[in-house]
Write a protein that binds this ligand. Structure first.
Ligand SMILES: Cc1cc2nc3c(=O)[nH]c(=O)nc-3n(C[C@H](O)[C@H](O)[C@H](O)COP(=O)(O)O)c2cc1C
Length: 246
């Protein structure tokens, strides 16, 4: 299986919790023989879609902008599966990821058709990579926060734009760096690696594996208490540094 993994957190590398989960998931895929191409969106020059529709009219399937997007498109076309990995920013994907997504407009045809009672665009290619696995993390502790992202993806799926094979969501992700959660972090990342193995091997991620990945770290009261303590500590730390430098 060829996998294109699109990484869309503006945080580069090891401090990104999205990256932690993506890295673990891809390691599991590799364990079962998958070939991975990682697309770190931070490392590519991707201009904003200008809405000129050249990719639908003058040069069908080809964008007018000159940047790195054609390199990414080639990787996507070759892949059997895309993993989309982004943190939640304002209840949706990051601008970095959305910018990438807008530029995949070349995969759609301009024409209209009806699908399940409402209008959509047919796809230009029978893309091998229409299968997607979503990985996302967020700061708040409740799984409910992923509802808007889930609904958005499901709506796109209903319009025929993608097939969602699995959604891996990790709330309260920032707490995974806290020393008291070291064992939980390891358990969650091991389960995420297992999720990769299970998907490549069996085409499905076990419910038990998902349960471990999404497990609560603490109740809301503890989240609010510890979270507020942390932010106050950060503010005080910077305040002390500022005073030191006066
Ligand atoms: C601009 C911005 C918007 C955010 N919006 C949300 C949000 O809507 N809901 C949430 O739970 N966390 C939100 N967060 C927190 C991030 O999702 C969280 O810090 C996450 O761990 C970042 O992932 P990363 O480490 O992979 O970059 C936001 C963070 C930033 C910087």
């Amino acid at each position: 299986m060829k996998i294109a993994a699109v990484y869309g957190s503006p945080r580069r590398g090891k401090i990104s919790k999205t990256y932690w989960l993506l890295d673990a998931f891809l390691a599991g895929c590799r364990d079962e023989g998958a070939k991975i191409q990682l697309i770190n969106l931070n490392e590519y020059d991707i201009k904003f879609c200008t809405g000129c529709y050249t990719c639908w009219t003058k040069t069908p399937g080809k964008c007018a902008l000159k940047d790195d997007m054609p390199k990414i498109i080639e990787i996507l076309k070759e892949a059997d599966l895309e993993v989309w990995a982004f943190p939640m920013y304002f209840f949706g994907p990051t601008a970095l990821f959305k910018n990438f997504l807008d530029r995949t407009m070349i995969f759609a045809e301009p024409f209209f058709e009806i699908k399940d009672g409402i209008c959509t665009h047919p796809m230009r290619y029978e893309e091998k990579s229409k299968d997607k696995i979503i990985i996302s993390v967020c700061g708040f502790p409740e799984m409910d926060h992923f509802k808007p992202i889930h609904e958005w993806l499901k709506f796109m799926e209903g319009r025929g734009l993608l097939n969602i094979k699995a959604e891996i969501y990790r709330p309260a992700a920032e707490f995974l760096v806290a020393p008291p959660f070291k064992a939980k972090k390891e358990e969650i990342l091991e389960a995420t690696r297992r999720a990769g193995q299970e998907y490549v091997r069996d085409g499905i991620i076990k419910e038990e594996t998902m349960r471990i990945i999404t497990q609560d770290l603490m109740d809301q009261e503890a989240f609010i208490r510890e979270g507020n303590k942390y932010w106050q500590w950060e503010i005080d730390r910077w305040e002390a540094k500022r005073k030191e430098n006066l």
